[in-house]
Design a protein around this ligand. Structure first.
Ligand code: DPN
Ligand code: CA
Ligand code: ZN
Length: 317
């Protein structure tokens, strides 16, 4: 979905950056060095992320081949993710809305604890188009966000800030779910959100490595991760204004995110640095019936999930 987004003022952006970084050094100090000791972000097991994709594929296959807004496959996708989060100790809520005459749902999961006045959020759209199962778009982002949330629970992570995870409905109809969430959020709650991280298509078969450049602090955090694994990145452009970060950005909330590319073709220079096939789309199955579990680059999916965990840990510490 394309939507024009008003640019935020430099002053507002600077304030937002200060807010994000303000308490990043407030953590337990190591007795030896006196320097802040931060919990290291975990390595997310990609096998776990892929297991979620297998489940989403099964859900699609049992429900007419898709998980689109208003369908039984979408509702089953929500129930699957919610079940995992509830079992792990999250406080979940399913928020209902209407789009195109059909009921849709957002799923919000809060990790108990942290400063309620400083919220770091990560999210992904869970709906597919009706042409296919939507495994890269956007089972991949949904599964990476889920496994990062489950890692928070496994590690019993106790960040300074409060963590919230979200799975959006009806993104494919124009970001209806995320727009509904932002517009119905009381202003006092909106200002508590210090950052929103978006994942949309993060396991593209002919992958590129793109980092949203909307907010400098969030962008730097993701780029720091890719530097540690020696992967070069480019600023994300293809999805500008086209995914669920857009309503947050329009509301003045600092946003960031990562993606591995959609229907644009990989250039020769990009194939040089990332491998893959020049002249071919990052995802040839974008919005098609072939967006199934075979439409996933495991290395890209692994890096994306690990990058998200790195950013969630780093920005909430
Ligand atoms: N994932 C696309 C969709 O939901 O239709 C939006 C998008 C396009 C995101 C290009 C990133 C890049
Ligand atoms: Ca990993
Ligand atoms: Zn998408």
């Amino acid at each position: 979905m394309r939507l024009s987004v008003p640019a935020r003022s430099a002053a507002a952006a600077a304030l937002a950056v200060a807010g994000l970084l303000a308490s990043s050094a407030v953590s337990t100090a190591s007795p030896e060095t006196g320097t802040p000791a931060r919990a290291a972000a975990p390595d997310i097991p990609v096998a776990n992320v892929k297991a979620h994709l297998t489940q989403l594929q099964s859900i699609a296959s049992a429900n007419g081949g898709h998980r689109a807004h208003g369908s039984t496959g979408y509702r089953a996708s929500i129930d699957y993710i919610k079940g995992k989060l509830d079992a792990a100790g999250f406080t979940t809520s399913v928020k209902q809305f209407t789009a195109s005459g059909r009921v849709g749902y957002n799923l919000i999961a809060d990790w108990p604890g942290g400063d309620a006045n400083q919220v770091v959020m990560a999210g992904a759209h869970l709906d597919s188009v009706s042409r296919g199962a939507g495994i890269n778009d956007n089972g991949s982002g949904s599964a990476a966000v889920l496994e990062t949330a489950l890692a928070v629970a496994r590690e019993q992570y106790k960040p300074t800030k409060h963590l919230r995870f979200a799975w959006w409905g009806a993104e494919e109809l124009g970001m209806v779910g995320s727009r509904n969430y932002v517009s119905t959020l009381p202003a006092a709650e909106r200002t508590k959100i210090k950052g929103y991280l978006n994942l949309d298509m993060v396991g593209s078969p002919n992958a590129g490595y793109f980092v949203y450049d909307d907010n400098p602090a969030i962008e730097k955090t993701f780029k720091d991760y890719y530097a540690t694994v020696g992967v070069s990145t480019e600023p994300e452009r293809e999805g500008d204004g086209r995914s669920d970060h857009a309503p947050f950005k329009s509301a003045g909330i600092p946003v960031g995110g990562i993606g591995t590319g959609a229907s644009s073709a990989k250039t020769a220079a990009q194939a040089q640095k990332w491998g893959g096939t020049a002249g071919q789309a990052f995802d040839r199955c974008y919005h098609s019936s072939c967006d199934t579990t075979t439409n996933i680059n495991t290395t890209a999916l692994d890096r994306s999930a690990d990058a998200l965990a790195y950013a969630v840990w780093g920005l909430s510490a």
